[in-house]
Every structure is written in structure tokens, then in C-alpha cells.
Design a protein around this ligand. Structure first.
Ligand code: GDP
Length: 463
């Protein structure tokens, strides 16, 4: 009650049920001689979520998880639909195609899981929370249009995440299609076709005529083999929320991607502040399942709330354990199950992190008003690398700083350098929220100066 009074005096109206941010709670606690320890709470959550590596001999092969990326209108949705339809048997025709955010395809008796949220939103948003959802990215490039700005964005997102890229050159049914031109254009981004002397797999396809789809699936399986994807299926399940919604009849419904272990009907489960028990589990064809093994997407019901997509779910031994996890998150007052509690990279603490030895590489995203400036800024900044730190540009381009730049920066701990441009409104609010350091310049020398000073721990603070 003393707290309520204090906040009221500060002009904030609260009741005993109002949730306080940790900061204000800590501030108040301090005034009342309590020492609030945020560290401690973070520790509890980390302890609860700790995921030890499974021993090598417990691992068995799992199917690959694939997402589709590329420029708008190059055919991502059409391709996902066409692939899904290769699986619809005669007796199912006309029925199903319920969209649950992911589906499984069988090719050569092996399974492939597709995340059917086109674009890089899916995996980049999850990676921002420290979780990798995808093994292989299919980069869709229209054969009649070639490499476009979002193609480059997609490449850089996938590269930053260390995800294997397969190029699907789409719309080869069109008269104006030119597969060789796409291959040539992509060499500039380090994606070099085998017949051009490189090792990137290129699959010419048509989502319309379905030409090349079988080959694409074969190439995904080949790549998956090479990656030797494995998981332990004999443990409590753990994975990610792909999608979640409130269903009128069924209550909260979530599509989960099992990444480790086996999820079973009846399991207790915790997802951030949400918990429950798996009452029923359905696959992408709305068939009932009793168990779901690694790389399987399933729709579940039985949660006491709607979790966020990208959150990590954990199956637990008991209801008590599930509650402990959700309670810890409620206490912290965070909506998401953020594993990675470290803050984003900022120039201000570059020197300290270099000293601690926790950073050896400074990743930059460089945006400018014209291509000439992009190159000039890039060249001058990359030259600043020394024995202690390597300066790398993970993405660059012409135009305002957009949301995609910020998600990439957040996921990769990169700093954004803007030259003669500004962030758009969404990018700005996302950068604030994700604590991404965005630096704007009009003079190249000032950018060089800031990075040099930051490397020496002599950056002037900004007031
Ligand atoms: P997205 O924005 O990348 O998801 O692209 P869509 O799948 O919506 O496709 C954009 C447009 O290209 C639509 O009009 C599609 O019908 C068309 N399209 C997609 N794939 C093909 C293809 O293989 N051949 C031809 N001719 N058109 C295609």
C-alpha cells in the first residue's frame, strides 16, 4: 500500500493488481530499504530454461526445417502452395489445406518440414530471442525479374544466421525467364552455382507448371543429409511457438515446432507466462496425434492463454514445474521467453566488451542515400579493423533504415550506420524496443571517428 501511495503521488494510478515494471518496482523497493536483485530473477529463469547439450549417443537423425524467402511477388506463396499440393492424395483433394503455419512433406520416404510463413520474419524474429528455427532457406528469385532489394536482404538474413541457402529460380515457364542471368547476378552475393564453379544449389522451378518441384525436394534432402541434422527424441520436449490464436470453440490453439524430445498428449507444458497440459494434438492435416518427435509441427490445445509466436515451449515433469516457470516470467513481467538476456551491441560498450574478450567482431549494417556513399562508407569503416577486432558489414543498401534492417541488427548484435538517411517510423520504434544502436551521419569522417574512438574506449557520450 505504501507503494501505491508513492506511485500515486508521482502521478501514477495503480491498484494492488497493477503489474509494475521491474525498474519501477526496484526503485520503490530501494526506497523502502529492500534491495531488488534483477540478476537473481534472471538466474532463476536461466536455471529453469537451461538446456544441456544431449550426449552424442542419444542423438538420432531428424527431418530438416525449411523456410522460403525472397522478393515480393517472386512466388514464395505460390511455391509453398505448389509443394503442399504435391502431397494431397486423390481422396483428400478439395478438402483440407488448413493453414497452421507449418506443414510436412514426404519425398523419397523422408520428411521435410516447411514453415509456411513466407519471408524471413519467421526465423529472424525467433533468432532475436536466441532461438534458431530453420535449417535451410529456399531463396526464391523470379527468373524474369532477377535479384531485387529484398532478395539481398533475405540473403544477408540467412547468412547472418548461418543458414544453408538453396536458390529456387522460379517462373521458368515464362518466356522472359533467364536462369543464367539470375546465376550471374547472384555471384555478386557469394551464391555461385555449381556450373559457374561454386557450390550453391540452384533449382529452376515453376510454381505454376510444377516443373522442377521434385528436384527441389531432392536437393533439400541432399542438403539436409550433408548437415547431419540430429536431435535426442527420448527426453522432455522443447521447441518453438510458430503461431498461436484464440479459437472460438477450442480456446487457445498453438502451432508448436518440436525441436528436441517427444511431445506427448498429457504432457505439462510452459511457454513464457502461459502454461497448461497438452489435451489434444493435431498434425498439419488435422489428424490426431499421440506423440510428436523432433522437427514435427503440431497444433495443440490445453493452454491457459495465447503464447507469442517465437516463444520457447518446454514440456515439464509436473504441473508444479510448469508453474514455476510461468511464475518466474510473470515476476519478471516480461511477455516473452527471452533466453538471451544480454542487451544489444552498442558502440558505447564496444571497448569494454573488447577488453573482456567477449567481442572480436563488430558487425555493421550500412544504409545510405546513394550507392556511391554506401560503398564509400563501407570501405572506410572496414579498413578500421585491427588485431583486436574485425569490422564486418553484414548488410548494406540504399534507402531509409527499415524494420528488416533492425531485426537483422537485433538478431546479429550489429550496429546500424545511416548516412544521409533516417530510420522510418516502424524501424525507429523497433530499434528502441530492441535496443539496437542506430547511428546517423552526414559526414563520413564523423562515422570513422566514432568507430575509431569506440575501439579505443574513448567515445564521447551522447547527451
Ligand atoms: P510472393 O509475394 O513471393 O508470395 O509471390 P506470389 O506467390 O504471391 O506470386 C506473385 C505472382 O507471381 C502471382 O501473380 C503468381 O501467380 C505469379 N507466379 C508465381 N509463381 C509463378 C510461376 O511459376 N510462373 C508464373 N508464370 N507466374 C508465377
Amino acid at each position: 500500500n505504501a507503494m501505491i501511495k508513492k506511485l500515486f503521488l508521482e502521478g501514477k494510478i495503480v491498484t494492488v493488481n497493477t503489474e509494475l515494471s521491474f525498474e519501477s518496482a526496484a526503485e520503490i523497493a530501494l526506497e523502502y530499504n529492500y534491495i531488488a536483485d534483477e540478476e537473481e530473477k534472471v538466474d532463476i529463469i536461466e536455471e529453469l530454461l537451461k538446456d544441456e547439450e544431449d550426449p552424442e549417443d542419444s542423438l538420432s537423425p531428424r527431418p530438416p526445417v525449411v523456410c522460403v524467402m525472397g522478393h515480393v511477388d517472386h512466388g514464395k506463396t505460390s511455391l509453398l502452395d505448389a509443394i503442399r499440393k504435391t502431397q494431397v492424395t486423390a481422396d483428400e483433394a478439395g478438402g483440407i489445406t488448413q493453414h497452421i503455419g507449418a506443414y510436412v512433406v514426404k519425398a523419397n520416404d523422408q520428411r521435410i518440414t516447411f514453415l509456411d510463413t513466407p519471408g524471413h520474419e519467421a526465423f529472424t524474429a525467433m533468432r532475436m530471442r536466441g532461438a534458431q528455427s530453420t535449417d535451410i532457406a529456399i531463396l526464391v528469385v523470379a527468373a524474369d525479374d532477377g535479384v531485387m532489394p529484398q532478395t539481398v536482404e533475405a540473403i544477408n538474413h540467412a547468412k547472418a544466421a548461418g543458414i544453408e541457402i538453396i536458390v529456387a529460380v522460379n517462373k521458368i515457364d515464362k518466356e522472359s525467364a533467364n536462369v543464367e542471368r539470375v546465376k550471374q547476378e547472384l555471384t555478386e552475393y557469394g551464391l555461385i552455382a555449381e556450373d559457374w564453379g561454386g557450390s550453391t544449389i540452384f533449382c529452376p522451378v515453376s510454381a505454376h507448371t510444377r516443373e522442377g518441384l521434385d528436384n527441389l525436394l531432392d536437393m533439400i534432402l541432399l542438403t539436409a543429409d550433408m548437415l547431419e541434422l540430429k536431435a535426442n527424441k527420448n527426453r522432455l520436449a522443447r521447441g518453438l511457438v510458430i503461431e498461436a490464436r484464440l479459437d472460438k470453440g477450442r480456446g487457445p490453439v498453438a502451432t508448436l515446432l518440436v525441436q528436441k524430445g517427444t511431445l506427448k498428449v498429457g504432457d505439462h507444458i510452459a511457454i513464457g507466462e502461459v502454461s497448461g497440459r497438452v489435451r489434444a494434438m493435431l498434425d498439419h492435416k488435422q489428424r490426431r496425434l499421440k506423440e510428436a518427435t523432433p522437427s514435427t509441427p503440431v497444433e495443440i490445445i490445453g493452454l491457459n492463454g495465447v503464447p507469442n509466436s517465437g516463444d520457447i515451449f518446454l514440456a515439464t515433469k509436473s504441473e508444479k514445474e510448469a508453474r514455476e516457470i510461468t511464475d518466474a516470467f510473470k515476476t519478471r513481467g516480461k511477455e516473452n521467453l527471452i533466453l538471451d538476456t544480454k542487451r544489444g551491441m552498442s558502440l558505447d560498450d564496444l571497448f569494454n566488451k573488447m577488453q573482456e574478450g567477449t567481442v572480436k567482431e563488430l558487425d555493421l549494417i550500412i544504409k545510405a542515400d546513394v550507392q556511391g556513399s554506401v560503398e564509400a562508407v563501407k570501405q572506410s569503416l572496414l579498413k578500421l579493423s585491427n588485431e583486436e577486432i574485425v569490422i564486418k558489414c553484414i548488410h548494406s543498401g540504399v534507402g531509409a533504415i527499415n524494420e528488416s534492417d533492425v531485426t537483422l541488427a537485433a538478431a546479429s548484435n550489429a550496429i546500424i550506420i545511416g548516412f544521409n538517411i533516417r530510420p522510418d517510423a516502424q524501424a525507429k520504434s523497433l530499434a528502441d524496443q530492441e535496443k539496437v544502436d542506430v547511428r546517423l551521419y552526414r559526414v563520413i569522417y564523423n562515422a570513422i571517428d566514432d568507430i575509431e574512438s569506440a575501439m579505443k574506449g574513448m567515445l564521447d557520450p551522447i547527451f
